[in-house]
Design a protein around this ligand. Structure first.
Ligand code: APR
Length: 307
């Protein structure tokens, strides 16, 4: 039996629990600082189980002691963007929250794997790793699966083909400098550049980079949560089933892609031990340039942290 804890029972957290429950991992605990809210959502999700046909035990709590001995902890606590805000605008508030959250994870679930979702993703994942004191391969962030999902969705729409046949790859920081990789994106094995002209691909790349902001603008309050939760569950499933899926994740780099000491979106092999391997890809010069700029933004964010 696997125990999963989800910290933060807001839009992303509760939608993630709903999807995870259907995998029947055994037990899911959802925690939040708002009294009664995680308990109420947990009851609702337990009752959905009789209709949906899952036997997952779901509880809500305001007490970190209840995450004891979790195998996997997913962090979704903190504030989300409002229109006009960049993910970087969330650094101060969310780094404080995650410092506290991570301390509790280290105390109560010292052997867990940690997936961070709170933004700004690459910087907050760094905070989570430092504040838990866990090995870097056990703490990583969800970004590329979501960004690649957005890219794939725009490609399928453009080609009028099934979403199932599109496999996209997006690396780099989870922000305005992310790097969608058309040369490593395929439609049923066919490289994307064979199917669409460069100009069209550029347009889809740009929409992908602004994919989160497009939704924030429309929602007026809060940010996306359906695709983010789907992406989290894809990663969580790879960990709890030890399936060693090859997916992009925000991983701690120790020399790969010319970077050291920061979290950055790269393709990895995900399994029961977390990041089992980081895969290095050959990139075009222009893509390397954006990666360099993106890493500088992340370093700047880290230097501002009070940890
Ligand atoms: N401990 C636990 N929960 C907390 C804490 C804390 N210290 N601080 C805040 N929370 C809770 C809030 O009470 C809220 O219920 O985190 C939840 C966040 O939920 P939402 O505001 O709905 O935000 P959401 O859309 O879920 O996004 C959460 O994920 O995608 C990222 O950018 C997004 O950083 C944001 C995070």
């Amino acid at each position: 039996m696997v125990k999963i804890s989800v910290i933060g029972a807001g839009n992303v957290g509760s939608t993630t629990v709903q999807r995870l429950a259907e995998l029947e991992p055994g037990e899911i605990v959802m925690t939040d600082i708002v009294e009664g809210m995680p308990q109420g959502k947990a009851l609702d999700l337990m009752q959905a189980g009789t209709i949906n046909g899952y036997d997952t035990r779901i509880t809500g709590t305001n007490d970190y002691a209840d995450i004891a001995n979790s195998d996997l902890v997913i962090i979704t606590a903190g504030i989300a963007r409002k229109p006009g805000m960049s993910r970087e605008d969330l650094i101060k508030t969310n780094s404080k929250i995650i410092g506290d959250v991570a301390g509790n994870i280290a105390k109560y679930a010292p052997n867990s794997i940690v997936i961070n979702v709170t933004n700004p993703l690459d910087i907050i994942t760094y905070v989570a790793m430092k504040a838990t004191g866990f090995d870097p391969e056990k703490v990583f962030g969800m970004s590329g699966v979501l960004d690649a999902g957005r890219f794939a969705s725009f490609i399928a729409e453009e080609l009028k083909c099934s979403k199932r046949d599109v496999e996209a790859m997006v690396i780099g920081g989870h922000g305005d400098l992310m790097v969608p990789l058309p040369q490593y994106t395929t439609v049923s094995g066919i490289p994307l550049p064979e199917l669409l002209p460069e100009k069209t691909i550029d347009r889809l790349v740009e929409r992908t980079v602004n994919g989160g902001a497009e939704i924030v603008e429309l929602l007026k309050q809060g940010s996306a949560f359906y695709a983010p939760s789907a992406a989290i569950v894809r990663m969580a499933e790879a960990v709890i089933k030890d399936s060693r899926r090859v997916l992009p994740a925000s991983a701690y780099l120790e020399g790969q892609y010319g970077q050291k000491g920061i979290y950055f979106g790269v393709p990895v092999k995900l399994g029961a031990n977390g990041i089992e391997e980081i895969l290095e890809l050959k990139l075009e010069d222009s893509q390397c340039e954006i990666l360099k700029k993106s890493s500088e933004t992340i370093r700047k964010g880290i230097s501002k942290l009070e940890i």
